[in-house]
Design a protein around this ligand. Sequence first.
Ligand SMILES: *Cc1c(COP(=O)(O)O)cnc(C)c1O
Length: 368
Amino acid sequence: MSDIKPQPGVMDIDLYVGGASSLAGQSNVLKLSSNENPFGPPEAAKEAIIRAARDVHRYPSTDHASLRTAIAEVWGLEAGQLIIGNGSGEILKLLAEAYAGPDDEVVFTEHGFSMYPIYAKSCGATPVVVPERDRVMDVDAILGACTARTRLVYIANPSNPTGTMIGTSDIARLADGLPRGALLVLDGAYAEFVDGYDGGAAMVAERDNIFMSRTFSKVYGLGGMRVGWGYGPQAIIDVLNRIRGPFNLSSVALAAAEAAVKDAGFLQRCMSENAKWRDWLAHALSEHGVPSDTSSANFLLARFASAEEAQACDGHLREQGIIVRQVAGYNLPNCLRITIGDEAACKRVAHAVGQFKATTGEVRHAAL
Ligand SMILES: *Cc1c(COP(=O)(O)O)cnc(C)c1O
């Protein structure tokens, strides 16, 4: 036995399972498993990537000033209170590293994003899982789970994989009720999909215990580039900057994100296409007897009668070359998460679910 051992908590981590991206023996595969933008990145971002490629012998910026200034202008924020990460995941993890350790607790909800327990365990803290109410986060239950040991409360709003969200007054109540030593982390990976929602930015400016993260991986179509950002109280930004790597983003990624955030037209088009086809798909699925909660994001959580039926439908979709996300690991075994694609994608997946329901309906009928 080696004496070389990882820190406490590390061996309790289950590896993150991402959305599948290929099916053996299938061409024309439709990937609806990772909430990616069906339209890809904006043209301006692709051009910026090509331009930036010429200078990759140079080290990138360490303070990310140009991208922070662009984000601050677009969203009306204070550039000095922004931090750029290698995906928002890096920032969420830095928060855990900086603020939680052994003997501390990190709170999140039962259907919360599956990276939260990984961040908690990787710094030796104790994850605390709070029940939701019918797939919606419950502020009273979260507050009830907090103790003097609570350091971080992670919530995604809108949430993944449920697609549901809580309102601004609930978030304020949550922040106001937290113990003094706890920070509320608002993961805004899907905030842009909600018309008129600032992801909680205004509340960050008013309080010292709220931090917001955002990403370029979803609506901006840049998941492969790895760019996210955080907005928080100055004291917290200063702490995170001490522990982040100075060259945590490539110059190519920084250039892509800056071009993307300046493209307001792209954001508007993607938001409205998403809303249109999300409503269409929710309606089509419900006509086939598959309900879903009202989603505020770029996916639907399709609900089946049982875990077996959800599995069987997933199997049928795979036979049809369609990959969606199984969410049994999120304590939702009777559900499948389906990303909103473009018109053709939504029609294809709705048709396949309809086929599945029709055949299983006949089988059930024949068995009676
Ligand atoms: C996709 C997603 C993220 C984004 O992660 P990145 O590291 O920015 O790609 C963060 N939180 C949630 C809930 C997500 O679904």
